[in-house]
Design a protein around this ligand. Structure first.
Ligand code: CP
Ligand code: NVA
Length: 311
């Protein structure tokens, strides 16, 4: 049995990431038009069960995975953390071994990335990372898909991340190395890329990251501007002075106007409107957050198919 884990974008060969993106594009087109092709996709997960176990809240990841599985003919098992023995009388290793007996693939949203890897190392079925404190690879691969769907190849493009160098940002860094685009971080000193992120780039011998403290300078010539909540689910609330420091990195229509004319704006959602983004940004035609959210389902169909060795 093929077990392809989807844990982090820096561990998956670029040719496989490209294959997933290509498959997602075919699947999306088939879903929207070609009935013959659509029929072949709509049964490809027949007789499989995908487990979904989330330690943190989720709207999009849970729903889009559930929809992806059901539309490919598979079944879903929603596992509630407070109804299983994990962490309360059963070790993670034993729980992981049990899941392997009954499920075919498992989507996990955990706090600690270490636990995700521990789960995977004890698993005989593929594990998909549905977000940790450190990463969000399904989201970022979807963002790349969305960019390429609208603008073509992302190779050599300028992506600007504003605000806090968080888990989604780290997956963007992984993607920048693998898929060869430039990334500029702009945010207060306190929220800059961690040592671990910088070490990763050093090891890869990559010069894809630039740090630019001035947001107006950062977005000049940007092809894509991205931000995320300043406070992630695992973070503590920000102090008044942190909020003041972050204010100039808020994405506004005015700031976007300093980028390329055809710039796109992405936000993985949920958003804290009025903080990292102005309220009116979601009505702006440069904002593709809804398309980004919808594409989660299409890309995750292909992630599931790749994990199960279907291409
Ligand atoms: N973007 C994203 O992963 O959203 P959820 O937290 O709602 O899954
Ligand atoms: N950075 C956010 C992303 C939510 C999808 C968080 O971790 O809460």
């Amino acid at each position: 049995m093929i077990v392809n884990n989807f844990l982090n974008l820096n561990e998956i060969a670029p040719k496989n990431l490209e294959a997933i993106l290509e498959d997602a594009s075919k699947i999306k087109k088939a879903t929207l038009g070609d009935t013959v092709l659509n029929e072949s996709y709509s049964s490809c997960l027949n007789n499989t069960i995908t487990g979904l176990l989330f330690e943190k809240l989720s709207t999009r990841t849970r729903l889009s995975f559930e929809a992806a599985v059901l539309k490919l003919g598979g079944q879903v098992s929603n596992i509630r953390k407070d109804e299983i023995h994990l962490g309360q009388g059963e070790t993670l290793q034993d729980t992981s071994a049990m899941f392997s007996l009954f499920l075919d693939v498992l989507v996990l949203r955990l706090y600690e990335e270490e636990k995700l890897y521990e789960f995977a190392s004890n698993s005989k079925i593929p594990i998909i990372n549905g977000l940790t404190n450190e990463s969000h690879p399904c989201q970022v691969l979807t963002d790349i898909f969305t960019f390429q769907e609208i603008r073509g190849s992302i190779i050599g493009k300028k992506v600007v991340w504003l605000g806090v160098a968080n888990n989604v940002f780290q997956s963007f860094l992984h993607a920048a190395v693998a898929l060869k685009f430039q990334i500029v971080f702009s945010g207060p000193l306190k929220f800059q890329p961690s040592e671990r992120m910088l070490e990763f780039l050093q090891k890869q011998n990559s010069d894809c990251l630039t740090i630019e403290p001035n947001p107006v300078v950062a977005v000049e010539n940007a092809d894509l501007v991205v931000t995320d909540k300043w406070v992630s689910m695992h973070d503590n609330q920000l102090s008044k002075s942190d909020l003041d420091d972050l204010a100039s990195f808020r994405v506004t229509k005015e700031l976007l106007s300093c980028a390329r004319m055809d710039v796109l704006f992405m936000h993985c959602l949920p958003a804290d409107k009025g903080q990292e983004v102005s309220h009116d940004i979601f009505e702006d035609k440069r904002c593709v957050a809804l398309q980004e959210a919808e594409n989660r389902m299409h890309v995750q169909k292909s992630i599931l198919r790749w994990c199960l060795g279907l291409f």
